[in-house]
Structures are given as C-alpha cells and as structure tokens.
Design a protein around this ligand. Structure first.
Ligand code: ATP
Ligand code: MG
Length: 541
C-alpha cells in the first residue's frame, strides 16, 4: 500500500515517501545523485518524531562532514522545530568526542581532555622518537609510547576519537547496550564512504535488527585513499538480514544531458549495474559544454568569461558553436556557479582569472580555523573567561576583529551554556573551512569537497589524463584507483543543475573519461568578453 502523501511526507515523491515511511528495522536507501536521499532522510526523521511519536532523544543522525551536519540540523529545525534540539545530529568524530567525554575516566582522561592538533601530535611524536632513540619518527604515531605520552598530557588525537570509543564499546557489552538503548534510531548519510572503524562503531550502536537507516550511492565512493571501503555498503543486506531496501530513481537535480553524460562516464566501472536514474527536474536541456583551451590560464579565462556571459543573460549565442539557448538563465547570481578541480594547485589559475574579472569568489580552503591569528588570540584570551556565554565572551574579546568574530560566531553560538565544548569543537574543526554556502560568491572547490552539494552552473577544469585520473608521471594506472577517479568525475558532474562545462588545456592529453560521452555534449569555443549590457551587476564589486 502506498504511503499517504500527508504531513511531513507530503513533499516527497511516492518512492521517497515509501522509504521515509518505513516503520522500523534496518533500511538501506540506495540511489543515485540528486534523487533526494538526503532530503528523504531528513523528512523521515522529522516524520518519525513529529508524526509517529519517536522521542527525539532516541535519534542519532551521522553525516560525514561538519557542513553536512549543520545543514541537516538547519533543515530539521525548519521541519520539526520543537523536536530538533533534542536530536543528535553529528559527524563520526564529534560522536566520538561525545562518548569520550562521558566515559573519560575509563580511558584515563579528564572530562576536559584536549584534542591534539597536528603540531602537538608531531611534537609528542618527536619527543617519543627522541626518547626511544629511534629514527623512525614517522612510525611514532603508531607507537604505544606515543599514545602514552599523549595521555600523560590529557590529550587524544584525531584517530583516537573513533578508536577509543570503539574499544570501549567492543570490550564492554553492557556499555554498548546502554548506548543502543539511548539511540534506538540511527541513520548514516553517505554510507558508501564508511571505513572499517566507523563501520565497527556503527555495528556496536545498531544491532542487526535495529532501526538503522543507511543511505548512499556506491558510485559516489571517493574516499578509498583514506581507508573507506564501499564493501560495507555492498554487504549491508548480509550484515542486516532483516533489511528493507529502497531505490530512488528520479533525479531532481540535473538536466537530462547532465544525468545521461554522468551515467555514461561512470558506466565502465559502475558498482550499481542496471541502475535507473531519470531526469525529473526543470533544468533545461543545454548540452554539456566541452572546451579545449590553449593553456591553463586560457582555460581559467574561459571560465570567468562564461560566468560573465551567463550572468549577463546571454546564454550560448556567444559561443563559436552558434547555438542559442534560452533556458532562462537570467536569474543567476554568483553563488550559482562552482568551479571544481582535482587538485588544489589547479585553483591558482582560476583565482587569478576571477580576480582579474573583479567577480567575487570563495575558495574552500582547508586552513585550520584555530590557526588564524585573530582566532588564536581570541581563544588564548578566552581561557580566562567565566560566567558568560561563549558567544558574549567571544564578542567582547574579538573587539574590532570582525573577521575572527564572524568565523567563531557559529561555533560560539552553538556552544551557548559551555567553554569545554567550544574548545573541543574548535580542535575538531581541523577541516573546518570558511566556505559559506549562502555567500553571493562563485565557489572554488576540489571535487572531493563538492560531495553532496549542487549548483546551477558547474565547471570541471583540468579534464586531462594525469589529473583525471590523477597519476604521477610515468606511474602505471592501477585499475581500482582509476575507477575511483572515474567516480570522482561522476560526483563532480552530478553537482550541476542546468549547465555543465568540462574543460582541458594543451599540455596533457584529454581525460580518457570524456571519450565515454555520447550525444550529450558540444564542443564550445571561447566566450567573448562580457557585454556591456549588465554593467551594473559588476559595479558593485
Ligand atoms: P547526492 O547523492 O548528491 O548527495 P541526494 O540524493 O542526497 O544527492 P538531495 O540533495 O537530497 O539528493 O536532493 C537533490 C535535489 O533535489 C535537492 O535540490 C532537493 O531539494 C531536490 N528534490 C529531492 N526530492 C525532491 C522532490 N520530491 N521534489 C522536488 N525536489 C526534490
Ligand atoms: Mg545527499
């Protein structure tokens, strides 16, 4: 019987609704990009607490990045305002911190233990290596003496955030049972990218007949190099024999050429043979633009001119192909554009071209928040704070340093009532970036960082053999690695809603992955410099 389209399930299509409405037990949602997996998960959780009476304290939702956790928290606050605050929506690492704060005495830490940053890690590792008179500094982080030295300073490192809670739960069945009792509804987004430790942690938290919802797409597994193993996804039904499986087949995100082209690219090594994915959104029918530039610089200029063209309301008629496209791209703003690349180094030419054009952009950087001078100063002074909320204190100490204040504000706001938490979150923010999805700027992202996101216009630059797939000169291709690189391009392409441009420049051969494209692309030439028409748009900057 179809799940009725009422209440919190009303905004979902029949397949999504059926998945979101599953009563309980293990559930695997396996579906391609843009099919509404994340949306279905969010609605499912809201539906469970608001319409089915599941206590929100029993809900644990795990995402891979802080950004994704924040976004889900926001969406949940909109869908289920009264219940959202009681739910635990978190990353694996932040979950580890939560468990360790509660169980600190069992591992010889104080409740306010610190999380070592890479510099502290290195210092401890070096001191251990010196003591041991080893020259094997690089091995020191695996050395028990290194862990002892960390503990002596009341510190854990990033890996410990998963391995310590895991060891606790695996060694103490009663403790594991108490956590299972607390979070009876567990869900994980992007399940295709769990690694072995995370997988084991999940198995402790969710019994084989438990209410575990795992969501993902094996063809978007892109973290193998970091230890992720898509095999855990593929064997979900063996691990959880009672599992229901849901497939979503309508892609709401992208135009037909983008969906078809992306499927063509991933097809040779797809992990989901026979997958169904049909474009269902209203995103025009612009073909994928493939561009060949004379140099990396010229390629970046192509990007900036094309952005100007699209912003100016002119779509394709300026291109050599002479094609006229009228899909109403007139309402685009800077935040609707993303430039994706395989390696961070490639962003340089794009940054130069965009700087020269005067258009605002933001690069997703992996600077450590805690390393920014203003932030460092504020955090140092905060040690002496007491009796105020973290946010008030940060505001007072930041004074004139608006940038540092803006960076710390969300974190400080979240931590309200709690300096201890603020410090651990700050340390956890090793990968926190300053990229703001709401800023009216063009986004520059690595392909990895683009996971889960979407933009009306996407450029993938450097579609060249050696970059996609990435390979050291002279190195032989390793099939598993090439397959992962192919999936990475699949992820990048499927971020696009209306327009997708794949570019490459002379210097390296064109990416072999592009040879897969058939009937969905056109070769596009250089865009002309921006027309004067919409000058006012740029005078702001
Ligand atoms: P990815 O694999 O990239 O993470 P996803 O499957 O998680 O993708 P979402 O990000 O949840 O996909 O959804 C993609 C887009 O489609 C979003 O803009 C979402 O709002 C929209 N969408 C999803 N379901 C529907 C629907 N039933 N009706 C209209 N729009 C929808
Ligand atoms: Mg998603």
């Amino acid at each position: 019987t179809p799940t009725p389209a009422t209440g919190l399930l009303a905004g979902l299509d029949p397949d999504q609704r059926a998945a979101a409405g599953v009563e309980g037990g293990p559930l695997l949602i396996i579906a391609g990009p843009g099919t509404g997996k994340t949306r279905t998960l969010t609605h499912r959780l809201a539906h469970l607490v608001v319409e089915r009476g599941v206590p929100p304290e029993q809900c644990l939702a795990i995402t891979f990045t802080r950004r994704a956790a924040e976004e889900m928290t926001e969406r949940m606050a909109a869908l289920a305002p009264a219940h959202a605050p009681a739910m635990t929506i978190t990353t694996f690492h932040a979950l580890g911190v939560l468990v360790l704060r509660e169980q600190h005495d069992r591992v010889g830490l104080s409740r306010s233990f610190g999380i070592a940053d890479p510099d502290q890690q290195l210092a401890v590792a070096l001191s251990v290596a010196a003591d041991e008179k080893a020259a094997k500094e690089l091995l020191a982080t695996a050395h028990p003496a290194y862990k002892d030295a960390l503990r002596a300073q009341d510190l854990v490192d990033f890996d410990d955030l998963i391995t310590l809670p895991l060891a606790l739960l695996e060694d103490d069945a009663d403790l594991a049972a108490s956590y299972r009792d607390r979070w009876r509804w567990v869900s994980v987004d992007e399940y295709q990218d769990v690694d072995e430790q995370q997988y084991r942690l999940l198995r402790q938290l969710a019994p084989s007949d438990g209410n575990l919802t795992a969501i993902g797409d094996p063809d978007q597994a892109i973290y193998r190099f970091r230890g992720a193993d898509v095999g855990f996804f593929l064997r979900f039904r063996e691990d959880f024999p009672a599992a229901r499986t849901a497939h979503l087949t309508r892609n709401y995100r992208s135009s037909a050429p983008v969906v078809t082209g992306a499927l063509q690219v991933v097809a040779p090594t797809t992990l989901v043979p026979g997958r169904e994915l049909r474009p269902f959104g209203e995103h025009g029918d612009a073909l994928i633009g493939v561009h060949h530039a004379a140099s990396e610089q010229a390629e970046a200029v192509f990007v900036s001119r094309t952005v100007e063209q699209l912003l100016g309301g002119a779509t394709f008629h300026a291109f050599d192909s002479g094609r006229v496209d009228s899909d109403g791209a007139r309402d685009l703003g800077f935040s609707d554009f993303a430039v994706l690349y395989r390696t961070d180094r490639q962003s340089r030419a794009v940054v130069d071209a965009l700087t020269a054009s005067g258009m605002p952009f933001q690069k997703r950087s992996h600077d450590r928040l805690a390393d920014r001078p203003g932030v460092e100063r504020i955090v140092r002074e905060l040690r002496f704070a007491a009796g105020e909320t973290v946010l008030d204190r940060v505001r007072a100490v930041a004074g004139e340093d608006h940038t540092a204040y803006e960076l710390l504000k969300p974190l400080a706001g979240d931590c309200g009532a709690d300096f201890e938490r603020f410090h651990s979150e700050l340390a956890l923010g090793v990968e926190v970036d300053t990229w703001d999805p709401r800023a009216d700027r063009i986004s520059l992202l690595t392909l990895h960082a683009s996971k889960g996101l979407e933009f009306p216009v996407v450029f993938v630059v450097g579609c060249e053999d050696g970059l996609l797939p990435l390979r050291w000169p002279g190195a032989d291709p390793v099939p598993d690695e090439v397959a992962e690189e192919r999936r990475l391009l699949f992820v990048g392409m499927t971020r696009a809603q209306r327009h997708l441009f794949l570019s490459h420049s002379t210097g390296r051969p064109r990416s072999p992955f592009l040879n897969q494209l058939d009937g969905v692309f056109e070769q596009v030439g250089d865009a002309r410099p921006a027309r004067k028409k919409k000058e006012t748009q740029f005078s702001l900057f």
